[in-house]
Write a protein that binds this ligand. Structure first.
Ligand code: AMP
Length: 198
């Protein structure tokens, strides 16, 4: 069975389009029998995802640091709630348990998790697809900044291109199934040369 980790808002967003997108992703998971790993909360877009899967008797695994469990935002109805000691441990566990990652609209928590898995791929700590569901162009400004970073020589084009983006979950999932890791050899040589090494 495929296990996908979703990063998404602990808020609902100001426009119903975001909630609709979270529901569409959950419906897709139900249809294709995909197991969900997520932050474990019962708030925001996370709640919509978890509730939809649970209503359809699908597996939902939440991973949450104790500090958030104590704040009573944990979803008590999920299949399994894994409690960890820190935010860093949570991300490690998410990486360990999942075959791929999708970011839906969200805030700093979502950006942090997305950056973490992108750098894991870049350093080949893992080789797993990372996608953005770009609902209503929510991530356009961030993607423009990533392109700026490529032009300014801080992000390599192949790493930027390996971040998969679509507004449509079916298309995004198809792209993720064809994921190809970027080889580290040339990139490491280039940054060494840039630093003046022969
Ligand atoms: P944000 O995008 O800032 O709303 O944060 C959501 C993301 O960060 C989720 O993917 C969660 O894994 C994590 N997160 C942030 N806040 C919470 C919360 N209150 N409960 C559970 N997870 C959270």
């Amino acid at each position: 069975m495929t296990t996908i980790c979703i990063f998404c808002g602990s808020s609902m967003g100001t426009h119903p389009v975001y909630q609709k997108a979270a529901k569409a992703v959950a419906d897709f998971f139900v249809k294709h029998n995909i197991r969900l790993v997520y932050g474990g909360a019962r708030v925001g877009l996370m709640k919509i995802l978890a509730d939809t899967l649970l209503e359809n008797n699908k597996e939902v695994i939440g991973i949450m640091p104790g500090l958030l469990v104590d704040k009573e935002v944990a979803h008590e109805g999920i299949t399994r709630l894994i409690q960890v000691d820190s935010m860093a441990q949570r991300k490690e566990k998410m990486v360990e348990m999942s075959d791929g990652f999708i970011a839906l609209p969200g805030g700093f928590g979502t950006f942090d998790e997305l950056s973490e898995v992108l750098i894991y791929n870049q350093l080949r700590i893992m080789d797993k697809p990372v996608g953005i569901l770009n609902t209503d162009g929510y991530f356009n400004a961030m993607l423009d900044f990533f392109d700026h970073s490529v032009r300014e020589g801080f992000v390599r084009a192949e790493h930027r291109d390996n971040l998969l983006v679509s507004e449509n979950i079916e298309e995004l999932f198809r792209m993720m199934q064809k994921y190809n890791p970027v080889s580290m050899g040339k990139w490491l040589e280039d940054i060494k040369t840039e630093a003046g090494e022969k």
